[in-house]
Design a protein around this ligand. Structure first.
Ligand code: HEM
Length: 410
């Protein structure tokens, strides 16, 4: 058999984008450098044991088509020779491969159907409007503190049945606990701080689960408990870990979407005017916010077989860094890709990932952002930034620390 000619291997390089020196999450405009990679080094072997992909076709192929997982073929977690990010974290569905993943996801997804989520839309609308009423009365607000944070945190507390008086500390534990998703990339010190916050959260959830076991209600936890009791079940520990995982996966990401979405709309006044004139565009406007500058810039996969990209072979068991932002701005997929167009169709972006681990909270995140951004646009005649400075929170995701605005009612 004759060998296929291969493209010569360039020296491994970070090409100036070494995540240890520069955090793209807090880079005000990471997109020009991602465009450079798409054009000059779309299949980038770095000096670490890591490859990076930047083009839509390559990223989508890894997520949706080729054999890969979140663990190595021997089941160990990448970047952690000790074989795991800690017992508990290792069991959240996002850190497992099939068949474990298939089971966990099937059981939990019963609580996250589009129908179950739509049931909460009127409540999300009421909360968003109430928050915007207060902002309109004041004539100024911070989109993060006054809408993007309280809306998802209050809604998820209601969905889980967390009593009102416990919500502030519940939100604070979640804010710290979310960092556990960094998994094996955490230092021992960081892990200790996070586990300190996860512990009371876990204790709280255990008590809540006990209460729901004794008396079912119309809430998410009761649905997950019911799933546990029909044939194939979630063990009590699995139920606890999935509940915490859902909470942390959905919390700051949604804050980021609403916060960045509001700022992007304000920065594009013609698109904001178009949304006011045609409120029915709110669905596609939210998709465009996700594509244009979504909360998650990258994810990783471990290849489960050798795979070739643009003439270069990445070996089995290599960790591959997938640039979701690079893919979502790829002009080969999205015409005029740097333009923010709230009516863009089709818009098959990868802001929610894809394939096996496609975000389980897509319906919920979309619904909340549609209600928040739709009301903010249509209920205001004036909506402007009170400061042009971009300030980032210390989140794992792209979340502004503040988005100060001035606003006036229609
Ligand atoms: C704008 C908001 C959100 C964004 C941008 C987002 C993004 C993502 C992405 C990119 C992944 C895949 C990660 C990977 O493949 O490595 C993911 C997975 C996940 N997300 Fe979201 N997410 C959002 C909101 C939510 C919400 C509200 C929930 C639930 C309350 C949620 C629950 C999950 C879960 C459970 C997974 C893991 C699914 C699996 O492993 O099968 N997310 N999300």
């Amino acid at each position: 058999m004759s060998e296929t000619p291969r493209t010569p291997e360039p020296e491994p390089s970070w090409h100036g984008l070494d995540p240890n020196d520069r955090d793209p999450l807090r880079d005000d405009d990471p997109f020009p450098s991602l465009a450079w990679f798409r054009e000059h080094a779309p299949v980038n072997e770095t000096p670490a044991e890591l490859w990076r992909l930047f083009r839509y076709a390559d990223v989508a192929r890894v997520l949706r088509e080729i054999p890969c997982g979140v663990r190595r073929t021997d089941g160990s977690e990448p970047g952690n020779a000790m074989g795991g990010a800690g017992e508990t974290a290792g069991q959240f569905m996002l850190q497992t491969d099939p068949p474990t993943h298939t089971r966990l996801r099937r059981l939990v997804s019963k609580a996250f159907t589009p129908r179950a989520t739509e049931h909460w839309r009127p409540r999300a609308r009421e909360l968003a409007n109430r928050m915007i009423d207060a902002a309109l009365d004041a004539g100024e607000a911070d989109v993060i503190a006054d809408l993007a944070l309280p809306l998802p945190s209050q809604l998820i507390c209601e969905m889980l049945g967390v009593p009102v008086e416990d919500r502030d500390r519940f939100t604070e534990w979640t804010r710290v606990g979310v960092k556990i998703l960094r998994g094996s990339f955490l230092s021992d010190e960081e892990r200790a701080v996070i586990l300190e916050s996860i512990e009371p959260l876990a204790g709280y959830f255990e008590a809540l689960i006990e209460e729901r076991r004794a008396e079912r209600r119309d809430d998410l936890l009761s649905v997950m408990i019911a799933a546990e009791e029909e044939g194939d079940r979630l063990s009590p520990e699995e139920l606890l870990v999935q509940s915490i995982g859902l909470l942390v996966a959905g919390f700051e990401t949604t804050i980021g979407l609403i916060g960045m979405g509001a700022r992007t709309l304000i920065e594009h006044p013609a698109e904001l005017a178009r949304l006011r004139a045609e409120p029915g565009l709110v669905g596609s406007a939210v998709e465009e916010c996700l594509r244009y500058e979504g909360p998650i810039g990258m994810t990783t996969r471990v290849l489960h077989a050798d795979a070739e990209f643009a003439g270069r072979v990445i070996p089995k068991d290599t960790t591959v860094w997938l640039s979701l932002w690079g893919a979502n701005r790829d002009p080969a997929k999205f015409p005029d890709s740097d333009r923010f167009d709230i009516a863009r169709t089709p818009n098959d972006h990868l802001a929610f990932g894809g394939g096996t681990h496609l975000c389980l909270g897509t319906h919920l995140a979309r619904m909340e952002a549609q209600e928040a951004l739709g009301a903010l646009a249509t209920r205001t005649s004036l909506l402007e930034l009170a400061s042009d400075a971009r300030e980032w929170s210390d989140s794992l995701f792209r979340v502004p620390a503040r988005v100060p605005i001035r606003l006036r009612a229609v």
